[in-house]
Design a protein around this ligand. Structure first.
Ligand code: NDP
Length: 239
């Protein structure tokens, strides 16, 4: 049984990814920050259905705490599937964007990627098999007014994906990013109205978290061994 860690497993897309990886036979570490209760309920649901899951809680921006939790965890058995899904947006038109909004969004996506991924790397490399999937955004591909911070953070994640993929390709580890368009979660609810969605998405609907999770489940599988360094967008035809 492979160990998988999904950051932001307490959120809309993250929960769907956890369910999918558990259904595929992984032991799933469901990571939460403030949503510990939601993550515990999800772990209980997965275990009640015969799967295997447990909750890990930390702020991905706190490098010392993240290392304290993850380093002992991978000492004896590597986490071979990592989904860096935790992310926030804090939108403002650029002239009015506060420095704090810029730094926080970058901190969660970019420093969070570093803090969580690095402690898992050496054990994953030693095991000669791994899947790292970073949840990016269409905003990094098209740009989006009001999201200079968010698109910059996700753009950094895309570039990190490509470079890390080259570093570890010969070790049987793939590194890819999935860039969703508008997906039906509380995050998108606050950003897009039904009219926005009808105007922006050729399929005239938001995607579901399960549709994103199915793509990530495939990228995490043995069948996806030759896909690496890619930014794969799932967006109902937006681009
Ligand atoms: P949610 O708001 O539902 O989930 C976000 C998750 O990130 C939560 O589990 C939250 O944990 C976690 N998180 C936030 N800040 C921190 C932090 N400092 N430390 C640790 N965890 C943190 O959003 P979605 O499910 O919609 O988004 C998931 C990912 O998908 C994000 O990276 C987002 O940018 C990306 N995305 C979403 C799109 C959409 O339309 N929904 C479109 C494109 C990309 P907790 O709640 O426990 O605090």
């Amino acid at each position: 049984m492979k160990n998988a860690l999904v950051t932001g497993g307490s959120g809309g897309i993250g929960a769907a990814i956890c369910r999918r990886l558990a259904a595929d036979g992984c032991h799933v570490y469901i990571h939460a920050h403030r949503g510990h209760q939601a993550a515990q309920a999800l772990a209980d649901e997965i275990c009640a259905g015969g799967g295997s899951a447990q909750v890990l809680a930390f702020d991905v921006t706190d490098s010392a705490v993240v290392a304290d939790v993850l380093t002992p965890l991978v000492e004896h058995q590597p986490i071979q599937i990592l989904v860096n899904n935790a992310g926030i947006h804090d939108d403002a038109v650029f002239p009015g964007m506060r420095a704090e909004q810029w730094h926080r969004v970058m901190d969660v996506s970019v420093n969070g990627f570093f803090n969580v991924t690095q402690p898992l790397m050496m054990p994953m490399i030693r095991s000669r098999w791994g899947r790292i999937i970073n949840v990016s955004s269409i905003a990094a591909l098209t740009g989006n007014a009001g999201q200079v911070n968010y698109s910059a953070a996700k753009g950094a994640l895309n570039s990190a994906t490509k470079s890390l993929a080259r570093e570890v390709a010969s070790r049987g580890i793939t590194v890819n990013a999935v860039a969703p368009g508008i997906i039906d979660t509380s995050m998108s609810e606050s950003a897009f109205s039904a009219e926005d969605i009808a105007r922006m998405v050729p399929m005239k609907r938001a995607g579901s978290p399960t549709e994103v999770a199915d793509l990530i489940g495939f990228l995490a599988s043995a069948q996806a061994a030759y896909i690496t360094g890619q930014i794969i967008s799932i967006n109902g035809g937006m681009i």
